[in-house]
Design a protein around this ligand. Sequence first.
Ligand SMILES: [Zn+2]
Ligand SMILES: [Zn+2]
Length: 446
Amino acid sequence: MNTIEARICRILDDHASELAAFANDIYAHAELGYTEHRTAQRVADWLEHLCGLHPETGLAVTGVRAQVGTARPAVCLIGELDGIRCPEHPLAVPETGMSHACGHHMQLAALAGAALALSDPEIAAELGGSAVFFAVPCEEHVPMNRMAQLQQDGVADYCGGKPQLLMDRAFDGIDVAVTTHAHMVHCDSDFLLGSNSTSGFLSKLIRIKGRASHTAISPEKGINALDVVTLARSAIGMLRSTFRDEDCIRIGEVVRMRSTAVNVVPDEVIVDLQVRAKTWDALLETDKKIDRAYRGAAYAFGADVEITDGMGYLPTVPCLPCEALTQAASLLADADGNTFESVSPLVHNAASTDVGDLSHRMPVVNFTFSGFSGTLHGADFRITNEKAAYVQPAKLAALTIYRLLRDNAAQARALTDRFQPTMTAEQYRAYAARFDSGFVGEPSPF
Ligand SMILES: [Zn+2]
Ligand SMILES: [Zn+2]
């Protein structure tokens, strides 16, 4: 560890209690995606008052961005602002049920700590590019009903913060993204370096319209929308035998209907559905099967069906750790005894993240970290070790960015030179634009 690296670690050790207080305050005040105003204000205050930076605010509603230096390449550390609804979590906000059971407050500690260290004048002078700190809104996907409302109100057009920021060109001028999260797959080490593949998904809103009638007096005049759903779900159940194991296909559904008398044939049912798969091709193929199942079932009963596709997230392009990240983790292993391992290309994460969208456009340097117990999104999620959860991820992020940007940013340049985007900016815009007016233009009737 050289003197600059030792200084990074010292600054973070010296500010461990401030970082924990910052993170715990956010932990106890979780906010829904695109409404993270309080959280964004805390981040902006930290960047301004403790780091002496000049944060831009209000990016994609609540995003906050500040930077050390203006030169290229620009390496951007990302922290996610939003919580997840989990009313059973002990720190959930009573009025909203919002919690930080996905640990995004831990990422904000990493961002705040890394900004504090890298904005130190002695350290900043060693960076051969700029270090950008970007707290981004709404990683948790916005369901289609809420998205329709957000579009109508002119708040946001896209179902996740990173797609919105990509479409707003807020990542233009960023050359490398550094992302981090609480461990998302099982890992016994303090750090897991690199990106696993994650599944992509599409949202669907399926509206079945039948005909109400008295179930005893005139059942022959009714068209039972719930029976259509039952038949379609049976077909999808049988279609599962055509899914290939390696495609990791998952289908999640919620069925909603108007509360009605038991002796009235249900005339309208809405199904919210998410279909996930490891590859985009498998996703589209499965999506067609789902459409056929619902259209076929509606035909059998003479019901009407409207299927609206909504944006989800793209599969994450998997990536082994870069040299700078591995070197930084080795330094922390020597200095603080932290353990680390690299992602296995054999492990696939069947969940989804909007980092997937970013991974098609720029090199993503990712690591996940420990310091918690319980399940992500679960009521049992707990911080068990504040140093591991808040301080060490900040050190790893800062050391990695320093390694990427030192020596005239040689390692950052090597990453950008090697990177082959799987989608051009135009291709991404065309993909996202398909969903611009795809949402149902009215709030749900129930
Ligand atoms: Zn989450
Ligand atoms: Zn998360």
